[in-house]
Design a protein around this ligand. Structure first.
Ligand code: PLP
Length: 215
């Protein structure tokens, strides 16, 4: 259900739903199994999402107009996995300056331990932001609206700059939610969410997600 003509309301209810093939129930059953046979598809839960996680992430993929995605145990797990999937020791990440405190802390305190360089620049000044790109910059990371200052980043401009330099873009779309903003439509490659916030909606779950674009 990736057709953007389908309303967000319909996608929120139906996308990703696998129904109940055994009894014809209309709601996706809960699959508590932590082990699966390997006959049809590898579902080793440490590497892949299990059926309920898949049902959820397919909903988010549809809402974000993405191609595929993964659920994680927290928003920070989604952010760090997405970032670390794109860089290795000696690479550089360019981040916007206004960020959720956990991400800010990770950049300042964790990247260096893995030999990953970073810069944090005010993205409202796009010229300075572009100037901060280095030869070894592999990822541009933004968050808009930002937490907690609600600063807004020009996603189309950031995507254009990144594409001109052959750099992957990642955005934390938590504060907008996929209902209000779809960064992939502006040319951003990877979208992350803290599902702990509006996607969970009731402060009773901790989870995260990443959704990637087709191109
Ligand atoms: C914008 C933003 N991104 C990421 C996170 C981290 O998410 P989690 O608490 O699910 O690890 C938060 C948490 O407050 C957040 O506000």
């Amino acid at each position: 259900m990736k057709n953007s003509k389908i309303s967000k309301l319909t996608q929120s209810v139906h996308a990703g739903s696998i129904g109940d093939p055994l009894f014809g129930g209309v709601v996706t059953p809960i699959y508590p199994s932590a082990a699966y046979d390997y006959e049809t598809e590898v579902r080793y839960p440490r590497y892949y999402n299990t059926p309920n996680q898949k049902a959820l992430v397919e909903k988010l993929v549809a809402l974000e107009n993405g191609e595929d995605g993964l659920m994680f145990s927290s928003g920070m797990a989604a952010i760090m996995t997405s970032l670390f999937a794109m860089v290795k020791s000696g690479d550089h990440i360019l981040l916007q300056h206004d960020l959720y405190g956990g991400t800010h802390h990770a950049a300042l305190n964790e990247f260096g331990r893995y030999g990953i360089e970073h810069s944090m620049v005010d993205v409202s000044d796009l010229k300075s932001f572009e100037k901060a790109i280095q030869k070894n910059t592999k990822v541009i990371y933004v968050e808009t609206p930002s937490n907690p200052l609600l600063k807004i980043t020009d996603l189309a401009a950031v995507a254009r700059i990144a594409k001109n330099h052959g750099i992957v873009t990642i955005i934390d779309n938590t504060f907008a939610s996929p209902v209000n903003q779809n960064p992939i439509d502006f040319g951003i490659y990877v979208v992350t969410h803290s599902g702990t916030k509006y996607i969970g909606g009731h402060s009773d779950i901790c989870c995260g997600a990443m959704v990637s674009s087709k191109n």
